[in-house]
Ligand binder design. Structure first.
Ligand SMILES: O=C(O)CCC(=O)C(=O)O
Length: 388
């Protein structure tokens, strides 16, 4: 026992020394970010998941220890099951019998049954307000380029990966402890940040399923995690979900969907193929209707509430009734650490040979005060988008 503890400590120390060395070596040379991180007492390290498997291995050892030591998140993933374990037939029984907090138990069972779970008040109003103010400041600092992309009501459609530059936006994910614990539990692994979209207004995005753009192997190791930064009601275009729509997916039949077959035979399907993406959504919704799964729910939320959805759940943006209203919100896309994400080309082609580890660099986010342990964040650039 003593030897195990000493070994774990040595591994932890080694990994921290390694991270310190990287920090010292100037691996992170992006000054504005470094400023930002110092200000918020976060350590900001680079972990290159592609150069060395031993680095990844070190990370994994440390992570397992951290999950146990800091998060106290129970992990129930049955051994050897690499797909999303809660999709397995025995998952509800396993959870029912588990010795875990009641909120986690109830939430996980609701997630399995409905395809989503709302975590009420995961964040306080001050944290949400700070994020909105930080967005405004960030945009002002970027100058005319940022302002020019606003619509006639002064709203941005979406900003991709702002969390990588703005700590207050990142905090919406990192300080949302219950949401992170729920995700760790549902994954049965430690959650990492993949990408995010920041919205200042409703999206009215057509109903879709994320999975063709967010495909993992083994499947379904991805969540959408959406947080309201102000009240979301019928007027400002809430998120809309197909209740239980994750149960009528067409994963197995996707290669035989007529529109997909046609598209493949006339030019093929690319990596970011919206036509194929929405064709899959339409076919899924039609399939759900044949199983009497057709109840769309508009998710009305208060400031700081978070909804986590299953990767197979059809969802989108409800109509905006008052276009002058803002709808400040952030959706984070999360996967277990080191898990690569594939897109429409791989999703619709079973023959594509794809890499087995995440091709991006990670940064390690650590907060000395109230962030339990650390989280890995994929290192991506910010894009101010004008489409959905
Ligand atoms: O926020 C919305 O209105 C829709 C967001 C959405 O569908 C998504 O991020 O996948």
């Amino acid at each position: 026992m003593m030897i195990t503890i000493i070994t774990i400590c040595m591994i932890v120390k080694l990994a921290l020394t390694y991270a310190e060395n990287l920090k010292g070596s100037g691996a992170d040379t992006h000054d504005p970010k470094s400023e930002d991180m110092r200000h918020h007492s976060l350590d900001y390290y680079r972990l290159d998941s592609t150069t060395s498997s031993s680095q990844a291995h070190q990370g994994k050892c440390l992570n397992l220890a951290q999950v146990k030591a800091d998060l106290s998140t129970p992990t129930l993933r049955p051994r050897g099951n690499e797909e999303l374990w809660i999709d397995e037939p025995g998952a509800v029984d396993l959870i029912t019998q588990a010795d875990i907090p009641q909120w986690l138990k109830d939430g996980a069972i609701t997630f399995i049954q409905d395809g989503y779970i709302v975590i009420k008040g995961g964040l306080d109003k001050a944290t949400c307000n700070k994020a909105v103010q930080a967005y405004k400041k960030w945009c002002l600092n970027r100058g005319a380029g940022c302002e020019a992309l606003k619509d006639e009501h002064g709203h941005h459609k979406r900003i991709v990966n702002m969390h990588t530059e703005v700590s207050e936006i990142r905090n919406l994910i990192l300080k949302n402890t219950k949401s992170l614990q729920m995700q760790d539990f549902l994954f049965g692994e430690k959650t990492s940040l993949y990408t995010s979209l920041y919205f200042t207004r409703g999206t009215e995005q057509r109903i879709h399923v994320d999975i063709p753009y967010s495909w993992t192997k083994p499947q379904n190791r991805y969540f959408g995690v959406w947080t309201a930064l102000e009240p979301v009601d019928e007027e400002n275009g809430p998120l809309r979900v197909l209740h239980q729509g994750h149960k009528c997916n067409l994963l197995k039949e996707r290669h035989n969907i007529p529109e997909i077959v046609k598209k493949k035979s006339s030019g093929g399907i690319g990596g970011t193929d919206d036509e194929a993406f929405y064709a899959y959504a339409r076919a899924t919704i039609a399939n759900c209707a044949t199983q009497n799964i057709s109840r769309f729910v508009d998710v009305l939320l208060n400031t700081g509430d978070t909804i986590i959805w299953h990767p197979l759940l059809p969802h989108g943006g409800a109509p905006i009734k008052d276009a002058t209203r803002t709808r400040y919100s952030l959706v984070a896309h999360t996967v277990p650490e080191m898990v690569p994400v594939y897109h429409t080309d791989v999703f619709f082609d079973p023959n594509i040979v794809s890499r087995s580890s995440a091709p991006w660099n990670y940064k390690i986010l650590k907060d000395d005060e109230d962030l339990p342990g650390f989280r890995l964040m994929a290192d991506f650039h910010v894009v101010i988008g004008d489409s959905y």
